[in-house]
Design a binder for this molecule. Structure first.
Ligand code: SAM
Length: 266
């Protein structure tokens, strides 16, 4: 049985799904639902529960990556889990890939990519602001317990970035990604995939133009809407509010040709 141990993190989860990520150390932990003694968590099985001194039930789960991303120090806008999932799948991330990403922001995408690489391949994150690079590194090493050996963070401007590299995948989460295309088109292998996330459709159009003139084909753009539902014995309906817009994901494939004539449509 894989029971909770001293020093690890637990997601204390109320019956309504509210979560508190707490390290298992000696002493009490209090919220508006009451107090539990953290030493009582040690030896409990995942999914078991403890009751607070106010009688509220707290389930004990190991935090998921989504739990961690929403609890970590976020000094920039992050890529939301619904988009992270799509990026991993449509970006066809697999163990062994060499990936170039810019910028690193708070490290949410880096965490998802590193998890998908399963300790293999390589992730290179290029970030213009050294203080963001430092904070993202803290978030990432806190999650993995150490700096992953297959991850390099480089403080540089991606628009003027040079490296002896032919990446399999490139991810851009930048305010002006089209200014990075001339630079990154040299750093990706033929057949490699480039993905970019932008909140505004004007950015997407600028990207399309730039990608086309730098040897990219099959340029497609989509967005994902995630609508949560409230389901119990009495009700089954969408909740009143949702995160209605995060960003557009643009996907393109690098070809050996530098200038591609015609439109990407059929
Ligand atoms: C929205 S944040 C990225 C968030 C990140 N994808 C995440 O999920 O946490 C954008 C980042 O791009 C960085 N950035 C902006 N322009 C850049 C450039 N020209 N070169 C490198 N990094 C840049 C910013 O400093 C910022 O950290």
């Amino acid at each position: 049985m894989n029971t909770f141990r001293w020093g690890e993190w637990v997601a204390l989860t109320s019956q309504k799904g509210r979560k508190w990520l707490v390290r298992i150390e000696e002493g009490p932990y209090s919220s508006h639902l009451g107090t539990i003694q953290m030493e009582d968590v040690v030896g409990k099985e995942e999914g078991d529960y403890l009751d607070t001194n106010k009688g509220a039930r707290m389930f004990l789960f190991r935090p998921t990556l989504e739990d961690y991303i929403f609890s970590m120090n976020r000094h920039t806008q992050i890529i939301y889990p619904k988009d992270l999932g799509a990026i991993i799948f449509y970006g066809d991330i697999q163990p062994g890939c060499t990936i170039l990403e810019s910028g690193i922001g708070s490290g949410a995408l880096s965490l998802a990519l590193l998890r998908a690489l399963c300790g293999t391949g390589r992730l290179i994150s290029v970030e213009k602001r050294p203080e963001f690079a430092r904070k993202a590194r803290e978030n990432i090493s806190k999650y993995f317990g150490a700096n992953p050996p297959n991850h390099d963070i480089i403080s540089a401007d991606i628009q003027d970035f040079h490296m002896n590299l032919k990446a399999d995948r490139i991810f851009l989460d930048l305010p002006e990604p089209w200014h990075a295309i001339a630079s990154v088109s040299r750093l990706i292998r033929h057949g490699g995939l480039l993905l970019s996330l932008s909140p505004n459709v004007g950015q997407v159009q600028m990207m399309f133009k730039e990608l086309k003139t730098h040897g990219f084909a099959n340029i497609t753009t989509f967005e994902l809407l995630k609508r949560d539902w409230m389901v119990d014995e009495r009700r089954a309906r969408p909740i009143d509010r949702m995160v209605a817009h995060t960003g557009f994901i643009t996907l393109a494939k690098r070809t050996p040709r530098l200038f591609i004539e015609g439109s990407s449509g059929e």
